[in-house]
Design a protein. Sequence first.
Length: 264
Amino acid sequence: MIASQIQDGLVLTKRSLLRIPRVPETLMFATIQPILFVFLFAYVFGGAVPIPGGGDYKEFLLPGIFVQTVSFATATTAVGLAEDMSKGLVDRFRSLPIARSAVLVGRTTADLVLNVFIMFVMTICGLLVGWRVHTDAAHVAEAYVLIALLSLAMSWIGALIGMSVRSPEVASSAGIIWLFPVTFVSNAFVPTQHMPGWLRVIAEWNPVSSFCAAARDLFGNPNPFLGDSLPGRHPVAVSWAWLVVLFVVFVPLAVRRYRLATSR
């Protein structure tokens, strides 16, 4: 039973990945945005943002770019599922003898593979602008795994959004518009120490801040996100806890929404 579900999910993962070479613009635009963020923030704001305690802004920046980019995976998944829904493909899949979970698992896994490739591209760009890691391979691997799992969790949020709207156009807006305050009211691009007191509290408890701080710790990059708050003291542990919360909340919600959407 479980083996057949995994096989069905892998088949639909392959189906989603095969669309990339057929529509290469998908991969091109998915990689251009993070590359632009890396170079623009590194060279435009690199000398204007002081890092409390010292440190190179480029090394502070790259973990934030990683987290922001995979967070925006929400929109990719939302648009993809909304498009499949609007074309009736999901109803066709439902009529086939495959596991119901295969549609969601295939879509989110394919987007995970895409985001891992984008992370590789960003790593190359980061090295070109001067980003370096200063820890051992085990910590670096944990950082990448943490960011990749965040990408997967955000894709499940995107799956919920994509099946809750009526068109890919709406999914594109709904999947990304709420991410701007979430990612910018965080320590992704600037230290929270420079924010007003009330906004700093929000930023420190923002899960994006926890993931950025965790990646900085694991990469050995400048990490001024320290203080009396729990995320500031234990960003890695808090990030793993956030992953559990995101999967426990949004995977069942997405599955439930899928069942409701395909039963109409």
